[in-house]
Design a protein around this ligand. Structure first.
Ligand code: SAH
Length: 419
């Protein structure tokens, strides 16, 4: 087993349980090791700190998998995955939980959620989402790639999915020295995975119909953003359903209409959805129709939100701002602050007295404290007085490891414009 030795005084975070070791903290590596190989981590004084995988190409040179010197094999992954699945049993509706089957049409049924949330489930680099009885896999690191076959085999065994799809095309793969890997997963351990799928996986559907809190959505796993749907906003969408009655709602960065559909079903008088992607907006329309929402109460606008908000003269009772991560890297924080301030300032101007704004940031490099500061600067420039009614993160199927604060990427503040 290769050994990674830390510099003096750099053991505190990993000894507490933080899963990342940055390359700058490493004194030396002993033994032969290739990208993605398993290593043991030691403090400068030679104390064992944990076992993980190593990638000399990545700034995060080691990601820890275990704090004890346990074998990192199929049994290890089975343990971690069973623990992750147990957590989601309470999120997936009871009728759909066993194997995440989409057999339920109950009023509040949810058959889709995140099943494995990387560091949050002590499986750094691995994401798996379930959309009904389909699974979408995202492998983000060279270390996790070494265990791809075991992971696929375990998912098959534990969940018996109809089909699986690989969406390993996150930007982080390039930093790991990995090419993208996308497409239906049709072979695992030498056997065909799915019933009725051809060898090329041609049968994988273009759109999967899912249920979230009893609401239907079409998800484009192949071409959509992330793994197809923003599962992390489920609870915040529910919140909006409860607030929308009789309101004029503006949903900025609407993607495939998640918040728009919830607001409409919550009794909104009118909903405007603004989105830059024509494909997303087309699916937004389909999702509205799928839920029998009268389309004449809807305005679908293909536009840049920054421009739209500047040009807009109408006022709204409820505005949702759910932009993409403006700061995907540390170096982008400054520009991101400007971006967040800009859209929030204009949204505050366009909200009626007594109206509400649900404003979100999913930038990992902008924490809740900084985001709140940005909102306060925006309020000053908009010359409005606001109250915070609550703030939330992602739902429990996106857990954060206590010692990995970077995992708490999603912030959502509900604001009320007093005057
Ligand atoms: N709230 C959505 C998810 C939003 S993701 C949901 O619940 O599903 C962010 C969306 O913003 C993406 O669909 C992206 O295409 C869109 N987007 C990014 N930049 C934009 C811009 N400048 N103007 C409008 N839309 C933009």
């Amino acid at each position: 087993m290769a050994r990674v030795l830390l510099k003096q005084g750099r053991e505190e975070a990993p000894s507490r349980g933080h899963p990342w070791v940055f390359s700058g903290a490493i004194e030396r590596v002993e033994g032969e090791i290739e990208a993605g190989g398993i290593v043991d981590l030691f403090s400068h004084a030679g104390e064992f700190l944990g076992r993980g995988y190593y990638n000399p190409r990545s700034q995060i040179a080691v990601r820890l998998l275990a704090r004890q010197p346990v074998a990192i094999d199929k049994a290890f992954f089975r343990g971690r995955m069973e623990s992750a699945l147990a957590l989601r049993k309470h999120i997936l509706s009871p009728e759909t939980a066993a194997g995440a089957r989409a057999t339920s049409s109950g009023a509040g049924a949810t058959n889709s959620c995140r099943l494995i949330h990387a560091e949050g489930d002590l499986l750094p680099g691995l994401i798996c989402d379930t959309y009904g009885d389909y699974l979408v896999l995202q492998v983000n690191t060279a270390g996790m790639e070494q265990f791809r076959d075991e992971i696929i085999s375990l998912l098959k065994e534990l969940l018996a999915p109809t089909m699986m799809y690989d969406r390993s095309d996150a930007a982080t793969r390039a930093q790991e020295g990995l090419p993208d890997s996308t497409g239906p997963i049709v072979e695992a351990e030498g056997g065909p995975l799915a019933n009725g799928s051809s060898a090329t996986g041609a049968a994988f559907p273009d759109h999967i119909e899912i249920l979230e809190n009893g609401i239907k959505f079409l998800v484009d796993v192949k071409q959509g953003q992330k793994t197809g749907f923003y599962l992390d906003q489920r609870d915040n969408r529910s919140l909006i359903r409860g607030l929308a009655q009789g309101k004029r709602v503006l949903n900025c960065f609407s993607y495939t209409g998640g918040f728009s559909v919830y607001a409409s079903l919550g009794g909104a008088a009118a909903v405007t959805s603004v989105e830059a992607s024509a494909e997303a907006l087309a699916l937004c329309k389909e999702n509205l129709i799928l839920n029998n929402i009268p389309i004449d109460s809807q305005r679908l606008v293909k536009a840049d939100v920054f421009q739209f908000l500047r040009d807009e003269h109408d006022d709204y009772d409820l505005i949702i701002l759910d932009p993409p991560a403006f700061a995907k890297r540390k170096g982008q924080v400054k520009g991101a602050i400007r971006g967040y301030k800009d859209i929030n300032l204009y949204a505050m101007k366009r909200t009626k007295k007594g109206g509400l704004i649900l404003t979100c940031s999913c930038s990992q490099h902008i924490d809740a404290g900084l985001f709140k500061k940005i909102l306060s600067y925006a309020a000053v420039d908009a010359n409005r007085q606001l109250q915070i009614l609550g703030n939330w993160g992602a739902p429990p199927d996106h857990p954060t490891a206590l010692h990995h604060p970077e995992g708490a990427y999603l912030k959502a503040f509900l604001l009320r414009v007093v005057e």
